[in-house]
Design a protein around this ligand. Structure first.
Ligand SMILES: Nc1nc2c(ncn2[C@@H]2O[C@H](COP(=O)(O)OP(=O)(O)OP(=O)(O)O)[C@@H](O)[C@H]2O)c(=O)[nH]1
Ligand SMILES: [Mg+2]
Length: 491
């Protein structure tokens, strides 16, 4: 990428709002702006940084121009921001005039790329800029802000200095022969490496939550065929997104939709119903169900209250076997409550959505559901009493609110638990941390098993390399191209 030229681009989306901003940055930014805008009081080139100037683009618009002088600008270069009226015509015309005056249209993310190249921010901070723009709720905003302010960078600095300590200890030892190497030194090295590995693990463990916040919490709806999973997805979304039919095996591939509860984004995944079948396509779908179940943060397991109790309890065991209650939330939905005799009266009596739980053993006697719910609660309380059991009707929407609340409460609690800790929310960072950790584990076992020091040093260098790719100390044009091409133009 050439950074010796001057670039320009609209920084606001055209056509909405009253004002548009056009950015100009590069060595000739001030002169180029002066060629396009007539100022009453002195040109940009003779103005100080951080000044605001009124001017006219002849026959086009009256504008306000903010002047920035290198290195005190977003890109670190001389720059201006031209605020004009938000007419697509005006913006296009000013862009044309800027091009005629010597600026070239910026590529996606080029302003931020220049900020990185000019040392205004490291790569993880540059990536945070894109996340900040995309953030749609308090949690994703918080994660992006933390990273932008150097959250990840600080963690990496700590890790690097610990690793440099290891390397310098090792280099000291290179001066000695193998036999002279003190046992105590090895122990110290191993324990230093252990603490680095633990530090990285803390960061990689946070990815599950970080990624959920950034991309939406993955919620898998699973269960036997025909239990009403697709009906439930549609009810949660409030639209007919998935095909519903009385035929078992209707959903054969996963269906995914994002929806929002109370400011939190969820990625809802409807899956193929689990059953024994010889249908090849359906079996592929069922394999995919298990995959989605494993990757989900919350699992909604749907059961048909209208099916025999022994079948229900074997289906429940099947689900409990596959959910990891330490890392995943499980919500059990006992669906089709509307089919039960006495539902109308009971649902009126229990309009508050009272569901029999261990604390609340008051069970509507009219419902056949009693026995099933009690059975479920017994099994569930053995496993983990944090599992929610909700009697529902996906068809009528009965108790849908409780399901929303269960999902949203769980997510809020996770965020509260994480507190102010740094969360890794970017897959590139996660993969680099994993690679660094693998190299450190090799170094650790090398030291423990008295492998020659130069081989161990090589593993350490590799770990440092991977950490360096996160902040961009080590990078390639290809990596940068990849990252910045996903930005919008003008950022
Ligand atoms: N009465 C009643 N019927 C329901 C309810 N939920 C779903 N159904 C019916 O159950 C049948 C199956 O519903 P689906 O939503 O297609 O079930 P599914 O679990 O997605 O089925 P597969 O994709 O085949 O695994 C349909 O006829 C739905 O109308 C409910 O709460 N009450
Ligand atoms: Mg379905």
């Amino acid at each position: 990428m050439n950074i010796s030229n001057t670039i320009c681009a609209p920084a606001t989306s055209v056509g909405t709002g009253a004002i548009s901003v056009i950015r100009v940055s590069g060595p000739d930014a001030l002169a180029v702006t002066d060629r396009v805008v007539a100022f009453r009081q002195g040109a940009c080139s003779s103005s100080q940084g951080y000044s605001l100037k009124f001017g006219t683009v002849p026959d086009v618009d009256d504008v306000l121009v903010s002047v920035f002088r290198a290195p005190h600008s977003y890109t670190g270069e001389d720059a201006t921001e031209i605020s004009c009226h938000a007419s697509p015509y005006i913006v296009e015309r000013i862009m044309e005039l800027l091009s005629e005056a010597g600026a070239v249209p910026a590529e996606s993310g080029e302003f931020t790329r220049r900020a990185f190249v000019n040392g205004r921010m490291d790569l993880s901070q540059a990536e945070a800029v894109a996340d900040l723009i995309a953030s749609s709720n308090e949690a994703s905003h918080h994660v992006a802000m933390h990273q932008l302010r150097g959250g990840i960078s600080t963690e990496l600095q700590e890790l690097r200095s610990q690793l440099l300590e290891v390397t310098s200890l090792m280099e000291l030892e290179l001066d000695f022969s193998e036999e002279e190497l003190e046992f105590a030194d090895r122990r110290q090295l191993v324990s230093l490496l252990d603490s680095c590995i633990a530090h990285i693990k803390r960061l990689t463990d946070s990815f599950r939550l970080g990624n959920a916040i950034r991309r939406g919490v993955p919620v898998a709806i699973v269960g036997a065929t025909n239990t009403g999973k697709s009906t439930l997805l549609n009810a949660l979304l409030g639209e007919e997104r998935a095909i519903v039919s009385p035929v078992a095996g209707t959903t054969r591939d996963t269906v995914e939709e994002v929806f929002n509860i109370d400011g939190t984004d969820f990625r809802l995944i409807d899956t193929a119903g689990i059953r024994e079948t010889s249908d090849e396509v359906e079996n592929i779908g069922i394999d995919r169900t298990f995959e989605k179940l494993m990757l989900a943060d919350s699992v909604i397991a749907v059961f048909d209250l209208d099916s025999p109790a022994d079948r229900l309890s074997s289906e429940l065991q099947n689900v409990l076997k596959r959910v990891n209650l330490r890392t995943q939330q499980l919500v059990i939905v006992l669906n089709k409550a509307d089919l039960l005799e006495g539902f109308e009266e009971a649902s009126a009596d229990f309009a508050s959505g009272t569901v029999p739980t261990s604390e609340n053993s008051q069970i509507p006697a009219e419902l056949r559901v009693n026995k099933i719910v009690t059975d479920f609660n017994n099994i569930v309380s053995l496993a983990d009493n944090k599992i929610d059991v909700i009697v529902m009707s996906a068809k009528s929407g009965y108790n849908l609110e409780r399901l929303y609340k269960a999902l949203s409460d769980h997510q809020k609690a996770r965020i509260a638990d994480a507190g102010t800790a740094t969360l890794v929310a970017n897959a590139r960072h996660y993969n680099a941390l994993k690679a660094a950790s693998r190299a450190l584990s090799l170094a650790r076992s090398g030291i423990a098993s008295r492998t020659p020091t130069d081989l161990v040093s090589q593993d350490l260098r590799e770990a440092l390399y991977h950490l360096g790719t996160i902040t961009g100390e080590i990078t390639t044009d290809e990596v940068l191209g990849n990252i910045f091409s996903k930005f919008c133009i003008g950022k």
